[in-house]
Design a protein around this ligand. Sequence first.
Ligand SMILES: [Fe+2]
Ligand SMILES: [Fe+2]
Length: 280
Amino acid sequence: MIVKTLIENTTVSGEFQAEHGLSLYIETRKHKILFDMGASPLFVENAKKMNVDLAEVDLAIISHGHYDHGGGLKAFLNINSKAKIYVHRQAFAKHYAFENGQKKDIGLEETILPNSRFIFVGDRINIDQQLCLFSNVTNNGQGLSANKQLFKEVGTDFIADDFAHEQNLIIKEDDKLLLVAGCAHKGIVNIVDHVNMNLARYTNGGQTSLTHVIGGFHLYSISTRLAEDPLLVNRIGLRLRETKAQYYTCHCTGIESYNILRRVMGNQIQHLATGSQITI
Ligand SMILES: [Fe+2]
Ligand SMILES: [Fe+2]
């Protein structure tokens, strides 16, 4: 598998522009997958520079209902006429962040609906033998401080977002079992544990645990500009280290928290920047 980072918050060089958002292009033997589309059409420019033909993507996923993962949706639909876009059925609900006492709409653009290109997903969908999407991680992510500014609108109320709209992707190829998370709002440890405890349902047998994990770990808040408590990040690093998987992180993990994870996990964790390419 090849994974190209089309957008995240930093870049490998001045050749690429970055933004607060995520977009990954993942090529397996069978699929050309676009996982998230950044906050704007900027990922399209980076895709060209990285020799990624977005018109050839056969399957697209929006990890959750936040603008920094689905902001480039219209741009993608204009370029690509064949890929189905898998999105959780709650992803287009109203999502907000509170920043400096102000309510900020951070949801997806509803004007794009209705659209026959979307496949609305519930708890889990086994797309084929290789791909599985799931959202039914029981933890609601309230242990992470960067989630505390995030709300959803229910009727006339604003309530803490439980991130029911957050789905993660599992890709199985040969002896590799890769988990891809967008922001891991529900907690990366919870999500990894959930997969490892439910492997039979997600993979039809074969692997005994995840071998690779990619994603933002939501250990930095763009609303408050604060990193997660270093003690908690340290504990997360220790737990991830136990899983023996190889980790790649970016986006909302934040550099401060990444540096702590790196100290705990060593080469078992690496940082992905816009313009980077890895082979799994
Ligand atoms: Fe994000
Ligand atoms: Fe998010």
